[in-house]
Design a protein around this ligand. Structure first.
Ligand SMILES: *Cc1c(COP(=O)(O)O)cnc(C)c1O
Length: 350
């Protein structure tokens, strides 16, 4: 089994160059990126690594993709021909992956046309068909639909098998597929979120034992900058969406939506101060947020505030923060902004 490690969107907000360097030391087979700029960032870290571009290549990018030896995702004969022509002009052979749309509805050839497309691509002289893949639409929620997607791919693979056209790499599983499916389709997996130690939330059950395998790579912290006692009836922050129901001790902390702590966390999320859960009070602002530290002894400026991660016996997971904000962990992670200083720990830190 091989792995396409998905490092798109700045490695899910973890820092593409650092994560790519780490993976080059600790091992991956292929890097999965969304676009050419991300592929080029990986090339700056180290040469010669296989890179699969998961997004479609725009017509004006085809030549650059061939030159940089980035494997494109091909959904149509027109795309395949553009790559074949560019590779011919550059005197290269371009390795490509064909995508089949089994129910995601985003990229990929329709199942009914897949056999014809594979046959046509195989015949193009400047292309080599390295892989065939599909993408799950609801692997974290819907076992039956995922099984149906697998069945559609199986039909395509059987037809290819009969003609000796199955490419070397076949893949489908994203993180949720890898986590939930008993049988992994093909010989490659393609996880993103799980690589960063985050279990994709969804309706399908994850056992405690499974959960125990994963440890989040990322924590998000800021600091207390100011503490005050306010009387009952004090309105707080922009728009006065919160008014103290009693006398409270309120801490101002040094992160806001300008750092990627979502404005949707206003009046909803909790953070950790001195190991205790503290509610966000009123609107999260660009640079600062107010939290209730009434129940916490000794809070003072400089104290660490955990927005995502562990502190003492407390933990705020990215899934919890996402749920409080009505979004998903992927969005929380990729929205952490470049104002936040990044610290990489451990012997592999690049
Ligand atoms: C983003 C992406 C993945 C990884 O998804 P996760 O849910 O983060 O594991 C895999 N394949 C494709 C095509 C993707 O776009």
């Amino acid at each position: 089994m091989k792995i396409v490690t998905v490092v798109k969107a700045d490695a899910y907000g973890h820092g593409l160059k650092q994560i790519a360097a780490l993976l080059m030391q600790s091992g991956t087979d292929i890097f999965g990126v969304a676009n050419l700029a991300e592929a080029q960032s990986i090339r700056c870290v180290g040469h010669g690594w296989p890179i699969l571009m998961l997004g479609a290549c725009l017509p004006h990018e085809v030549e650059a993709a061939v030159r940089d030896e980035v494997m494109p995702t091909i959904s149509s004969l027109a795309e395949a021909k553009a790559f074949n022509a560019a590779a011919g002009r550059l005197g290269k052979k371009s390795a490509v992956h064909l995508k089949v749309d089994t129910g995601m509805g985003r990229l990929g050839a329709p199942v009914a046309g897949a056999l014809r497309l594979v046959a046509a691509v195989t015949a193009l002289p400047h292309l080599s068909l390295a892989g065939l893949y599909t993408h799950y639409a609801a692997a974290e929620d819907d076992a039956a639909f995922t099984a149906a997607q697998q069945e559609r791919l199986a039909v395509v693979l059987a037809a290819l098998q009969a003609r000796g056209l199955v490419p070397p790499l076949v893949h489908a599983a994203n993180s949720a597929g890898l986590l939930h499916e008993r049988r992994i389709v093909g010989n490659v997996v393609r996880p993103g979120l799980l690589v960063y130690g985050v279990v994709p939330p969804g309706r399908r059950r994850v056992s405690a034992a499974q959960r125990g395998v994963f440890h989040p790579a990322l924590s998000l912290m800021c600091r207390v900058s100011f503490v005050k006692d306010v009387p009952k009836g004090t309105p707080l922050s922009y728009g006065h969406t919160f008014t103290t129901p009693r006398a409270m001790r309120v801490a101002t902390v040094t992160a806001g939506y300008g750092d990627g702590f979502p404005r949707a966390a206003s009046n909803r999320a909790e953070v950790l101060v001195r190991g205790r859960r503290c509610r966000v009070l009123g609107r999260v602002t660009m640079d600062q947020t107010l939290v209730d530290v009434s129940g916490v002894r000794g809070v003072k400026p400089e104290d660490e505030v955990v927005l995502i991660g562990r502190q003492g016996r407390g933990q705020i997971t990215v899934a919890e923060l996402a749920a409080a904000c009505g979004t998903i962990p992927w969005e929380i992670l990729t929205n952490i902004t470049y104002r936040v200083p990044r610290l990489y720990r451990g012997s592999h830190a690049a």
